[in-house]
Structures are given as C-alpha cells and as structure tokens.
Design a protein around this ligand. Structure first.
Ligand SMILES: C[S@@+](CC[C@H](N)C(=O)[O-])C[C@H]1O[C@@H](n2cnc3c(N)ncnc32)[C@H](O)[C@@H]1O
Length: 225
C-alpha cells in the first residue's frame, strides 16, 4: 500500500472525521492504492449506513494512478462492495452525478495544486450540505514546496485557500501542517430546521448527552482495550 497519508497516520483522522460527520453520501476523488477509500468504506460498513462514491481517472491518468480492477478486488476482499462504488470520471465532471446539498463529505486528493482546489470548490461546493466536510490533501506552505510542485511550476495551495471567496465566505476551515498536510473545510450553516436535526442538536434539547456509556465501554470502543 502506497500513500503519503500513512506518514503521519492520517487514517486515524479520516476514521474520526467520517464518524463525527455521520455517514451519509460521501465522495472521494483520487484513489491510488485505496488507503483513504478503504478507511472511509470500513467506517460506513460498521455504521451500517452511508455510501462512498470513489472516483479516479485510472488508466487515463498519465502519471502514477489507480487500477480499477485492483481496487475492486480490495473492495470485494474487505466486504465493502455494498458501501463503496468505483467510478471512472474526471474530478470536475463527477460533480454532475449528484444533486445539490446531497453530500456529507467530499475528499479531493488528485496531486492537488492551487488551481485544482479552485476548480474543486467551484464544482463541489453546491453538492455539499451545510455542516458537511470538504477535505483537500495538502494546503501547508511546506507541502507547496515539495519537489514536483516546484519542478513543474505548480500553483501553491496555501494562498488559494486564504483568498478563495467561497471558502472564506461559506466555510470554516483549518490547515493541518504535518506532512502531507490536509485542509478540512466545514460548510457553514444556514440555521434551517433540517440542520438542527441532521447535525444532532435535537438530542441536546432532550437532555440526552449520551453519557450512559461506562468508562470501559468508551475506551474499548475507541482503542479496543
Ligand atoms: C495522490 S493519489 C490518491 C491517494 C489516495 N487518496 C490515498 O489515500 O493514498 C492521486 C490519484 O488521483 C488520480 N487522479 C489524478 N487526476 C485526476 C482527475 N482529474 N480526476 C480523477 N482522478 C484523478 C490519479 O489517477 C491517482 O490515482
């Protein structure tokens, strides 16, 4: 398995993010060996709800790319065929497959650059529901200086994140700097009734703080002790 995310165990973070956001319909674009795809799919499988639509150009991408049959084999091997669907489409074209505000989480990882982030925000923002997550690999100023970015004169991501009108108006975001770095953008709310329910605030009004679990239960749940 090759993935820059393995460097700092970003898999743990993806697991936590998918869990917190509450699995609905999720999209990942850029799969390679399937590291983040398998983690997201496994969280959805265990939750018993949600679906991941996983996109790549596969053989149409001229550089290091995913192979569709290899990924399908992994999906089948880990019993994820009911929750992960592979599709071959370009990042921008794929957005047309979804209705507005229908997605809980969108993860873009296609050798990201500033230009790609700009195109992705334009294509995918309408598809994300309020409270949902738009996640980009990269984003740290140091990630903007890695060899291939400088060698091929690619547009840096960090300035795009901080100047993109849509991200700065409609999202709250954070850049995580450890390699390879990650930008996590949470779509701001519109204070609609639907959000009150979908984001779990209804439970707070019932005084239900979900504090019934024993100390052993929640440690077991998180760490398998
Ligand atoms: C950095 S890898 C993805 C890594 C993966 N998410 C992981 O967890 O390790 C980039 C992938 O993006 C795909 N790709 C590149 N450009 C694309 C595009 N415009 N649309 C869809 N996929 C693309 C490549 O084929 C490659 O498999």
């Amino acid at each position: 398995m090759k993935s820059s995310y393995i460097l700092r165990n970003y898999g743990q973070l993806f697991k936590a993010l998918v869990t917190v956001v509450e699995p609905g319909t999720c999209v990942e674009v850029g799969l390679l060996d399937g590291y983040s795809m398998l983690i997201t799919g496994e969280v959805l499988r265990r939750a018993g709800k949600g679906h991941l639509y996983a996109y790549d150009l596969f053989e149409d991408y001229p550089y290091t790319h995913a192979r569709k049959q290899d990924l399908q084999r992994k999906i089948d091997h880990f019993g994820l065929s009911g929750v992960v669907t592979l599709r071959q489409k370009d990042m921008v074209a794929a957005a047309a497959d979804f209705a507005d505000q229908s997605l809980s989480m969108i993860h873009i990882d296609i050798s990201n650059t500033g230009a790609i982030v700009r195109q992705a925000v334009q294509a995918w923002d309408p598809k994300l529901r309020p409270g949902g997550l738009l996640i980009f690999e990269g984003g740290s100023p140091l990630r903007d200086k890695v060899g291939w970015m400088e060698r091929f004169g690619k547009e840096p991501i960090f300035p795009e994140i901080h100047s993109n009108p849509c991200l700065n108006r409609d999202y709250t975001f954070i850049v995580l700097h450890p390699a390879p770095s990650l930008v996590i953008c949470c779509k701001n709310l519109t204070a609609g009734e639907r959000e009150w329910q979908e984001l779990g605030y209804e439970a707070l009004t019932r005084g239900n703080l979900h504090s019934e679990a024993s100390d052993e239960d929640f440690l077991n749940d998180l760490f398998g002790r």
